[in-house]
Design a protein around this ligand. Structure first.
Ligand code: NAD
Length: 497
């Protein structure tokens, strides 16, 4: 009997025994045999220490977190598609069931955003695609059949943002594990405690159902050092980073392949063919969501001068509050530190972190204005080089700049987007305007006549992810983003026609 057959028979027997005994196959099968499997990491120095037991994914040491994830990846290979499906089911169900508690936990820790939206972002994890996304491509012809399959890498090293810590982590686990991988997280330090709570809960439930204990691991106290250790670990085959320019640059310098969900500064262009009421409502909905923490959120508006007043009137009628020039100046002074003489006309502006993701009432206080309870968004008229236009400000405020024509609107939008190629939005029924802006901005998401979230399947067609790979081009991440395409060719046989 060949060694392959022997292994196969041993696996089948182990599986049957496991089912009879009610013990998950993956739990029985994994360590000794699996350590020999081809995992693309030379099999050196990757075994999790005995200390990895009972951690349920939460590790003080980055190397241990990577090694434990690797061991779980090998177990997942043994568990097959059924184990992946189970993991996805568990994460989706638990994100929904714990949305209130975890949403509050995240808000208490980060102190940015809105509770109702933190909860909603967890409830919609069920919209992230899972195992069903991976269909092999097949060809059959005179010379036999060929299958191209989407297979796992092994361990993915992931970095998550402070703006949506548990939602990003949960969506990443769904995508990454659906594709057959394990994942290790180096979360944002200011959103790490809530992330660890979710990771532990997920792993405990996953262990109960599959016997796999550390399919998603997390570094409890993340730092630059733990980021570097994670990136260098030989079990970590690819990186997924979700965050601003700093982490994108750092990931690209590691020498490993990095899928980068980077920063945005989404511009909106509104022309005279749009429905002003619909445009105003969409801008308010998108820009106020989670106090404008979304990377896809409307950050600055360029309105054709002939309709700018009508748009602002509709914004006021639909609950947004307009600031006067003096109020805008007061808010700008509080929300930015401006260094004159640097970075163009207005000098260099650095966003004041105390205002990021804060409620409109906090901004209104700084502006010196009283606003009605329940106000979701503030706005004001500004020039195109105002810090609120130029910087990715992440506050429930939008600047509105008048433009003379389509050419100017597109040019201003292009400038404000900074070439991030992330998201742009237009409100128009003019096909030429839609085409011109789409071509010129060249963004990963381009949304027409709707709020930004329509770009992620929320009120528009499509699917959800909290990691939109922009500079590296993978787009809205999904299970296929975390796979290697492998071709399997059978020559001549199995032709059935
Ligand atoms: P951030 O850049 O401050 O942090 C993101 C993550 O990167 C954190 O875990 C942080 O610890 C880490 N990090 C930052 N600099 C690093 C470096 N030099 N080396 C290693 N790690 C580093 O961002 P944030 O404030 O948490 O999140 C907001 C930013 O993320 C915005 O720019 C937003 O547009 C972007 N974002 C993008 C997406 C997307 O899908 N493209 C999704 C969410 C957020």
């Amino acid at each position: 009997m060949s060694a392959v057959n022997e292994t196969l028979i041993r696996d089948v027997v182990a599986d049957v025994l496991a089912r009879l005994g009610g013990v998950p196959a993956a739990a029985k099968a994994a360590p000794p045999q699996a350590a020999k499997a081809d995992c693309g990491c030379n099999g050196k120095g990757l075994a999790a220490s005995p200390g990895a037991r009972g951690k349920f994914g939460v590790f003080a040491d980055a190397n241990e977190a990577c090694a434990a994830a690797h061991e779980s990846f090998l177990q997942l290979q043994k568990g097959g598609i059924a184990a992946r499906v189970k993991i996805v089911e568990i994460v989706k169900a638990m994100a929904e069931a714990n949305a209130e508690v975890w949403g509050k936990l995240e808000l208490d820790e980060t102190k940015i955003g809105r509770l109702d939206h933190k909860i909603e972002k967890l409830k919609i994890i069920k919209l992230v695609p899972g195992v069903e996304w991976l269909r092999p491509d097949a060809r059959s012809g005179d010379h036999g059949i060929t299958l191209e399959e989407y297979t796992p890498f092994g361990v993915v090293g992931a970095v998550t943002p402070s703006t949506h810590s548990i939602p990003t982590l949960s969506g990443n686990i769904v995508n990454i594990c659906a594709a057959g991988n394990a994942v290790v997280f180096n979360p944002h330090p200011s959103a790490a405690r809530c992330a660890a709570v979710a990771v532990r809960a997920y792993n405990e439930a996953i262990f109960r159902e599959t016997g796999i204990e550390n399919i998603a691991t997390i570094i409890e106290k993340p730092s630059m050092e733990s980021f570097n250790t994670m990136c260098k670990h030989e079990a970590v085959r690819i990186l997924l980073v979700t965050g601003g320019p700093g982490v994108v640059k750092a990931a690209m310098q590691t020498g490993k392949r990095a899928i980068c969900a980077g920063p945005g500064n989404p511009p909106v262009y509104v022309d005279d063919t749009a429905c002003m009421k619909r445009a105003a409502k969409a801008i308010i909905q998108g820009a106020s969501y989670d106090n404008n923490l979304l990377c896809i959120g409307e950050k600055e508006i360029f309105a054709l001068e002939s309709i700018a007043d009508k748009l602002m009137e509709q914004m006021s009628l639909n609950g947004a509050v307009k600031l006067t020039n003096a109020q805008l100046d007061a808010l700008t002074k509080a929300a930015f530190t401006i260094t004159p003489g640097q970075g163009g006309g207005c000098g260099h502006a650095a966003v004041n972190k105390d205002f990021i993701g804060k409620d409109p009432i906090v901004l209104a206080r700084a502006a010196g204005v009283n606003i009605p309870a329940g106000t979701q968004l503030l706005f004001a008229e500004t020039g195109a080089d105002h810090p609120f236009v130029v910087e990715e400000q992440m506050m429930p405020f939008v600047p509105i700049t008048r433009v003379r024509n389509l050419e100017e609107g597109v040019a201003r939008a292009l400038e404000a987007e900074h070439g991030y190629k992330h998201t742009s939005i237009i409100h128009s029924h003019d096909l030429e305007a839609l085409t011109a802006m789409g071509r010129s901005l060249d963004t990963t998401l381009f949304i027409k006549n709707g709020p930004c979230m329509a770009g992620l399947g929320l009120g528009g067609e499509g699917y959800l992810s909290f990691s939109i790979a922009t500079p590296t081009g993978e787009g809205v991440s999904n299970p296929r983003t975390f796979t290697r395409v492998r071709r399997c060719v059978l020559v001549d046989n199995l032709r059935i026609y």
